[in-house]
Design a protein around this ligand. Sequence first.
Ligand SMILES: C[S@@+](CC[C@H](N)C(=O)[O-])C[C@H]1O[C@@H](n2cnc3c(N)ncnc32)[C@H](O)[C@@H]1O
Length: 268
Amino acid sequence: MTDFQTLLEFIETETGFATSYYDESYLDRRVSARMRRRGVEEYADYLTLLEEDDDDERAELLDTLSVNVTEFFRDEKVWTALRDVLLELADTVRSIDIWSAACADGREPYSLAMLALDAGLDPRNVSILATDIDEDALARARAGRYESTRTADISDQLGFLDNPQEYVDREGDRAFVVNDRVKDLVTFERHDLITGDPKSGFDLVACRNVCIYIDKQYKLPILDTVSKSLREGGHLVLGQTETLPGEVKERFEAEDPRIRIYSRVADT
Ligand SMILES: C[S@@+](CC[C@H](N)C(=O)[O-])C[C@H]1O[C@@H](n2cnc3c(N)ncnc32)[C@H](O)[C@@H]1O
């Protein structure tokens, strides 16, 4: 076993971060960034730092490894298409069940809820399940409080909506809390897309920007879980740089391949 693999094994057993799910070059980039920060050149020396948990290095590393990067209305053109999907669903099904799989800190499911309200859907007929593997991200999602940072202006992120003030309570210029009209549509739950059971009967599943970080061998299990969770004719939306692996491709028809929206066809 190389020193890097020993280090990854230590991280997995001691911190609970499932390094084995992630692409090795991604992990190497992140670990190396921490090593540079700490002025350490060898993986074995960095392991010693972690063993001693010097300056809370474990927490710093976990922060660096977790890819919770997300935005409200990330990739706007997708949201324009999703508005049409929601309106079509409102005309064809009694209640609309949506799953935001790998929801990070909640911005994606809250965007879906705001979009449904903005499109004039009856909130009694919309329910959104939002899941993630990361309990800390889920805690932030449940709180629904967001603050602008140096690189991300949360007010800009709501710019997709005509009247964003209907969905959030402002806390000064730099923060807001998602209001109860929006929160009431969303339920958060921990779920691991690789080892967790599929769900069933969803009309729309968003599984965006998780497969890009995950080791190749786990992409199929993730998309298998997701596709089994959709009813026939249900819609799947992936991240803008993601594609369906060959093995699950035949279960879908591309509705708009440029923006990665697909519909589930019947099993043959
Ligand atoms: C980059 S965020 C994507 C957030 C959102 N879907 C978006 O596109 O903005 C990736 C999320 O995937 C979650 N994740 C990683 N592995 C997972 C797994 N096996 N099951 C469920 N969620 C996972 C991470 O915790 C993180 O919150």
